[in-house]
Every structure is written in structure tokens, then in C-alpha cells.
Design a protein around this ligand. Structure first.
Ligand code: AVJ
Length: 318
């Protein structure tokens, strides 16, 4: 079974949670970063979201991958697949199957060690000739410590790039570029601008799964930082910001209330109706994606969308 390499101790994670929550709850407007949605329950809720009729991105990306996997293999001849934010593994298998001719090494990278260990064990037993080298790391901080080439394919799937602001996106891509050799390639999945009602539905589903996912961040903070959020006093909000071309998820305080965060010795007041931002999910047009890539020293080699033009898988190179 593969052994985990780790650049993050549980204590590092605790520290960054404490810093994020202290900063976010004392800012105006209040914010919390989306990375803290994903404890065990949050990850399960996200999996449930990906199966909702309203949430199209996962299905679209899978369709593009299925259609283009052989082309990706031919274009990259990848020896190493480095997957940032390793998902549940289904899309990974599509890539591993297609890259079978050239691939020797698979490096899944994730902040969650438990998740990564299980996923890596399964992949290793299904692909016995593959060297599986999982790494527990924060891919926004430990990029330069990832194993090198030759012929690496770095996969950043799912549309997670949408969680970054324009400035974060450029510095992330530039940081990645700095670690890439000339024969490396980057495969990025990104959601595209479309009719606002479809976008809003995708983030505000009829069954309320996304609402539970959103509120889950409060449960995480209650448990990890000894806080006393009453989860039912926060409503899920998803809005389309047409100027920024992004979805924002927020939690709206249904009344004036006081929350204590024991581990931070922090007392936080919420006004009735006050909204706290919990996630941005940027939607792209080619020009905007290209601008970020170019600024980071990368160029678009391929731009593959699904038939409806909902989602893109782009192959990007130094
Ligand atoms: C996993 C970040 C791509 O932004 O669509 C799904 C997370 N949030 N529903 C997204 C999410 C609400 C998702 N990403």
C-alpha cells in the first residue's frame, strides 16, 4: 500500500482554521473560506450535490473527459499525473485508463489525509503497475515541493479554480508555472458563464442539499473551535454577481445574535439579516481564463467544452 508523504500536520491545519475564522469573523463584511466545508459530512454532502439534477458541472466535466481522454494522452504522453485536490476518483480513473501507455506515477494531493489514504489504496490495488505517491499538502502553499518531471500532467479538476479571486488565480497559476518544465502540461476544469437562472439553481437546489453543505461550515467551527453557532439561525443564500461573473454563497443571520468561539476567545455579533460570504464560484469566458493564464506565463493549447458549452476542460502549457 502506498505510504503518505505529508507537508501538513494536523496542527498546521488547526492553525490555519483558527487564523481563517479569526480573520473572517472580525472582517466586515464577514467571510469564511470554502476550504473548511469539507470535513467528512461536508465531503458527503458535496458528493450528493454532484448527483443533483440542478448541479451540472460534474456531469459535464466527466462527459468532456470521457470524450477527450485519448486525445489528452496523445498530446501529453504523460509519465506522471499529479492531481491537485484529488476527488472521489472516478475522473481520475478515466485519465489513468487513457494514460496507461506512458504513465508510471500517480501523485494525488489533498489536504485531507484520511480521504487520500483510502483513495490511494484503492487506486494502487486497481493499477498494480502504477507507482502511487500520495501527498498531504495544501496545494496553494506546497507547490514547489511536488515531485518533478519529466512529462508531468498536472490536473486541477472540478472547477475549483473558481473558488479563487482573480488575483489568487494568477498567483496560483504563476506558482504552478514556476514548477513546470517545458514538456509539462496542466489540465484545468472550469465552469462557464451561462444563463443566471441555471447558475443560481445549481447553487440553490430544490432539496436543500447545498444549503446543508453551506451551513456545515458552522458545524465544523462549532466542533473544531468550540463555538456555539445555532445552525438553524442561518439561511442559505446563493446569488449571481453579474459584474464579477461569479456565484456567491452566503449565510444570512435570521436574527440579531451573539456567537462565541471558545478556542479563539472571540465573541461575534450578527445583526438581523447580516450576510456572511462563504464561497465564491467564478464562471469563465475564454477571454478571462486566457488573461489569467497569459499573465501567469501559460498558454492555452486546447479548449474543450461539452456540447452545450456549459463547462470547459482546458489543456494549458508553459
Ligand atoms: C468544488 C468548488 C467546484 O464551486 O461549484 C458546489 C463547490 N459549492 N456547490 C463549486 C460547490 C456549492 C464547487 N467546487
Amino acid at each position: 500500500m502506498p505510504t503518505l508523504k505529508s507537508y501538513l500536520t494536523p496542527d498546521d491545519l488547526g492553525k490555519s482554521l483558527r487564523r481563517d475564522v479569526a480573520d473572517g469573523l472580525t472582517a466586515f463584511p464577514k467571510t469564511l473560506p470554502p476550504k473548511w466545508f469539507y470535513d467528512e459530512r461536508g465531503s458527503e454532502l458535496f458528493e450528493e450535490i454532484t448527483r443533483l439534477e440542478e448541479y451540472y458541472p460534474t456531469r459535464r466535466e466527466r462527459a468532456i473527459l470521457t470524450e477527450r481522454a485519448a486525445e489528452i494522452a496523445a498530446l501529453t504522453g504523460a509519465r506522471t499525473l499529479l492531481e491537485l485536490g484529488a476527488g472521489s476518483g472516478e475522473k481520475t480513473r478515466l485519465l489513468l485508463d487513457a494514460l496507461g501507455g506512458t504513465l508510471t506515477t500517480y501523485v494525488p494531493v489533498d489536504v485531507s489525509g484520511d480521504f487520500l489514504a483510502d483513495a490511494s489504496d484503492r487506486i494502487a490495488s486497481e493499477y498494480p503497475s502504477l507507482s502511487v505517491q500520495p501527498i498531504v499538502a495544501d496545494y496553494e502553499r506546497h507547490l514547489h515541493q511536488m515531485p518533478g518531471g519529466p512529462r508531468r500532467l498536472v490536473a486541477f479538476l472540478g472547477g475549483t479554480i473558481g473558488n479563487m479571486t482573480p488575483a489568487e488565480r494568477v498567483s496560483f497559476l504563476a506558482g504552478l508555472r514556476a514548477t513546470m518544465g517545458e514538456d509539462d502540461a496542466l489540465l484545468i476544469g472550469a465552469d462557464l458563464v451561462k444563463a443566471p437562472h441555471r447558475l443560481v439553481r445549481a447553487y440553490d437546489d430544490a432539496r436543500g442539499v447545498t444549503a446543508e453543505f453551506n451551513r456545515n461550515v458552522l458545524r465544523v467551527i462549532n466542533r473544531e473551535l468550540d463555538a456555539d453557532f445555532v445552525v438553524s439561525r442561518f439561511e442559505h443564500v446563493a446569488i449571481w454577481d453579474g459584474a464579477e461573473e461569479r456565484i456567491e454563497m452566503r449565510l444570512r443571520s435570521t436574527r440579531a445574535q451573539t456567537v462565541r468561539v471558545g478556542a479563539l476567545d472571540l465573541v461575534v455579533e450578527f445583526a438581523a439579516g447580516e450576510e456572511m460570504r462563504t464561497e465564491i464560484s467564478a464562471k469563465f469566458r475564454r477571454e478571462r481564463f486566457e488573461e489569467a493564464a497569459t499573465t501567469a506565463g501559460l498558454r492555452i493549447d486546447r479548449w474543450w467544452t461539452d456540447q452545450d458549452g456549459d463547462f470547459v476542460l482546458s489543456l494549458v502549457r508553459p
